[in-house]
Design a protein around this ligand. Structure first.
Ligand code: 2NL
Length: 387
């Protein structure tokens, strides 16, 4: 190859060869080669500038589907000339400069530097238009798919708890809350739960120290409220409670309760029955029947368990109601007058009823949930069913 005109030769081919291969032996020949490279470079840049896409973008217009943004071609030119491993500048360094005779090295080095600067300057001089299609002003590409935003809902237990409190709202009750970390006094003593009662055992209760527990029910809030307010009183107390139970399908060491308390003159067991019958029909449906069975709690006298007719078999008898037709749901009773002396209410003037229910138990029956653990595992496949 002895011709000094290499302009017809493929540009990447040209830089694969040494100067000796190309027949270039003097400084003029080197300059001529770099001149030809500069001309090729200008061709590439001109092609981009003359493209319809470049003109449209420069005028702030919108590209059609299938049209290519000029920045794509600009980047291709940069890679072709300046690419670290396969770029033209790299090949010139390796194939022209490195094996060149000493007297040509300076000329080649200067040509290289000038070429590199020229490429960088020309690329920068191509206006770098915004890389948007259709909406150049706002930078929004309406051809891209949108972002799916999922709408959150309250946890199913919170939904159940809110439903319960709503029903009592309508009956004139107000909501009271109190601390999860509670004193032994409010959690046991003021509730008439004696020192030797099994519920006080540290096998059953989470003690923080000898005088402090995680509350085992929400009842301490009622004591605190009675200390604070005089009758007439109608309050509903939703919240968490804690017991040292081993988790299984029906037990969890943390669970939720809603308790209620009404204190006034002339409150009777009939008021209690009417209130809970109304509540249970509102929560489970008007077809449910209620049944009150004698029971015992340290803080109520008399006390009762409340059953509802089985929702699953219409009280015919099934596996869920253990063939009895009834499902045990909650506890209740008339407030034991012993409690009034703790909160300085006059037991000869006032009477009251109280009740307590487990939110998980009510929710499991209402929604047919078989395992209490599902409420606490955060598995969205479960939770999504209650949107
Ligand atoms: C149950 C039973 C009950 C109460 C809770 C109560 C609170 C005060 C005074 C009197 Cl301050 N009673 N609470 C009464 C009877 C039953 O809960 O099985 N809960 C899940």
């Amino acid at each position: 190859m002895n011709s000094s005109d290499h302009s017809s030769q493929n540009i990447t081919d040209l830089v694969q060869h040494t100067l000796e291969d190309l027949g270039v032996r003097d400084r003029a020949g080197v300059q001529e080669l770099f001149n030809q490279l500069e001309v090729r470079l200008q061709d590439y840049i001109r092609q981009i500038r003359d493209s319809d896409e470049f003109k449209k973008i420069s005028r702030g217009e919108t590209l059609e589907r299938g049209e290519r943004h000029p920045s794509v071609d600009t980047e291709a030119v940069r890679v072709l000339w300046l690419g670290r491993k396969q770029g033209i500048v790299r090949f010139i360094t390796d194939n022209w400069l490195a094996p060149a005779p000493p007297e040509l090295k300076r000329e080649i080095g200067q040509g290289l530097n000038a070429l590199r600067a020229s490429v960088e300057e020309k690329i920068a001089s191509l206006i770098n238009p915004p890389t948007v299609v259709n909406e150049p002003e706002q930078g929004i590409d309406i051809t891209l798919p949108g972002t799916r935003r999922t709408v959150g809902v309250r946890h199913i237990l919170r939904q159940a708890m809110d439903e319960i409190t709503e029903i009592f709202f309508a009956l004139g009750y107000s909501v009271e809350e109190g601390p999860d970390i509670e004193s032994v006094y409010y959690n046991f003593e003021a509730l008439n739960i004696p020192e030797d009662h099994p519920a006080r055992d540290d096998q059953d209760t989470f003690y923080i120290d000898a005088r402090t527990v995680l509350r085992t029910h929400t009842s301490p809030v009622q004591i605190r409220t009675m200390e604070k307010l005089q009758p007439p009183l109608r309050i509903i107390v939703p919240g968490r409670a804690y017991r040292r139970d081993t988790p299984d399908a029906t037990h969890s060491p943390m669970f939720h309760q809603v308790e209620g308390l009404a204190v006034d003159t002339h409150i009777t067991f009939a008021d209690l029955k009417g209130t809970l019958d109304y509540f249970l029909k509102a929560f489970f449906g008007p077809e449910v029947r209620t049944r009150f069975r004698p029971s015992f709690f340290p803080f109520t006298e008399p006390s009762a368990e409340v059953d509802i007719s089985c929702l699953f078999c219409g009280a015919q008898g099934c596996r869920i109601c253990k063939q009895s037709g009834w499902i045990e749901l909650m506890g209740c009773g008339m407030v034991d007058p012993a409690l009034y002396s703790y909160v300085h209410y006059d037991a000869s003037v006032y009477s009251g009823f109280a009740f307590g229910m487990g939110v998980e138990r009510l929710a499991m029956l209402k929604y047919g949930v078989q395992d209490i653990q599902l409420f606490f595992q955060g598995d969205v496949r479960f939770l999504r069913q209650f949107r």
